[in-house]
Ligand binder design. Structure first.
Ligand code: DGY
Length: 385
């Protein structure tokens, strides 16, 4: 199985599932054990190469749970298929590391873990927004270096975002949750850009605004921008919540950064390559009042030259979903995807996945991206069957 250490859980299981990283919690192990799986888990924190994953599959492997740091392409799905495998789940909601077409060609369902990252990731985007706006990283380093000599009227002046305009690029689950937090918590006007209208979000802001007015307070507004450019010009802070694919690669480039206000803030908790990171470094160098908060990087785990030296950038190591509840929930969903497919269950395909997180879960795979392409039946409960 290569040079990395692996441990086995439920050695008597009749189906073999490899898991390329230790996952938090116990429920996921119980789900796979109940599905009669022998679970082999790589205990190394190092990213596995494709060769190491293929070696781990060997000539008999029924399913796999992989990580966003691994390129799950034709080679891995061919190897999984050759080993008798029929199920794969990414331990992530994002699946830009997965060649879904390749998996489909090999007849392998691909699962992901939506629904449990929403508020957790949005919360990190909010944390980065205010850390950048209020210069938290910079001020903390100043203090730790012993440079604080006492209170001063203009020490570390930042941006007050209260009642300003928040821009959300990509108003899916996480983007909408971030919008709620910023609009309700900080009474910001919302401008969002998304190819799909988010009517729920729009209605919510309209109703919230009416509520504010009913309390004698100033309203807030919501606008769906026609173009990304319009959003960038209007917003005081912009948070990115798009997927990464060819259409969003370097969505934020030098030209678009130049449209933003001189003291605007840009936040990225989606995927690094959505921003041209070298262009961002150059922009932040040239505009010291501009700020950025980044959880993700273009060449993770590396950063473009100059980024770490910038005082106006707050950086964290891809931890936006890092809470126990979320990471255990992701493990539960990934295991449920694999266990369900191995047991011939249908796909759930509903937005509410909370039924899988505790108690007796439905006999279904919570989220299979290529369910339609593979003609996997969709779960119907007693009321609808
Ligand atoms: C995901 O699940 O896509 C996240 O990036 C992990 O935090």
């Amino acid at each position: 199985m290569g040079s990395k250490e692996w441990r086995t859980h439920n050695p008597s299981g009749s189906k073999r599932v490899i898991v390329t990283k230790e996952l938090p919690g116990e429920r996921w192990l119980n789900i796979l054990t109940a599905a009669d799986c022998k679970i082999e888990i790589c205990t190394s924190p190092d990213v596995l190469s494709s060769e190491e994953i293929i070696a781990a599959m060997g000539d008999s492997c029924d399913g796999a749970i992989g990580q966003l740091t691994e390129p799950w392409g034709d080679d891995l799905y061919a190897a999984l298929k050759a080993a008798g495998g029929t199920a794969y789940s990414n331990y992530a909601v994002g699946f830009n590391n997965v060649d879904v077409d390749a998996a489909t060609r090999h007849g392998i369902p691909v699962g992901n873990t939506p629904g449990v990252l929403t508020e957790t990731t949005a919360q990190m985007a909010v944390a980065l927004t205010f850390a950048a706006a209020r210069r938290v990283g910079e001020a903390e380093q100043f203090l730790r270096k012993g440079q604080y000599k006492g209170w001063l009227p203009s020490l570390f002046m930042g941006n007050l975002l209260w009642r300003k305009t928040v821009g959300v690029l990509g108003a899916g689950r996480i983007g909408a949750a971030y919008a709620h937090m910023m609009v309700e918590g900080h009474k910001m006007n919302l401008v969002y850009y998304d190819p799909h209208q988010n009517e729920d979000l729009e209605n919510h802001v309209v109703n919230y605004s009416k509520f504010l007015e009913s309390q004698g307070r100033a309203p807030v507004s919501c606008k769906r921008a026609d173009t990304i450019e319009e959003l960038l010009q209007e917003a005081d802070c912009v948070s990115i919540h798009t997927i990464l694919d060819d259409s969003t690669h370097h969505l934020i480039n030098a030209e678009r950064l130049a449209l933003m206000k001189a003291d605007a803030i840009i936040i990225n908790t989606s995927r690094g390559p959505v921003i041209d990171e070298a262009a961002l470094v150059a922009h932040c160098q040239k505009h010291p009042d501009f700020k950025a908060g980044l959880d993700v990087f273009e060449d993770e785990p590396d950063m473009k030259p100059g980024l770490v030296d910038l005082d106006n950038v707050v950086i964290v190591p891809h931890i936006a979903s890092a809470t126990s509840w979320t990471r255990q929930g992701m493990a539960t969903l990934a295991a449920s995807n694999v266990a369900a497919i191995l047991q011939g269950y249908p796909a759930w395909q509903r937005p509410d996945i909370s039924v899988f997180l505790e108690g007796e879960a439905p006999q279904a795979a919570p989220s299979i991206i290529n369910a339609d392409a593979l003609n996997i039946p969709i779960f119907e409960d007693d009321a609808t069957s």
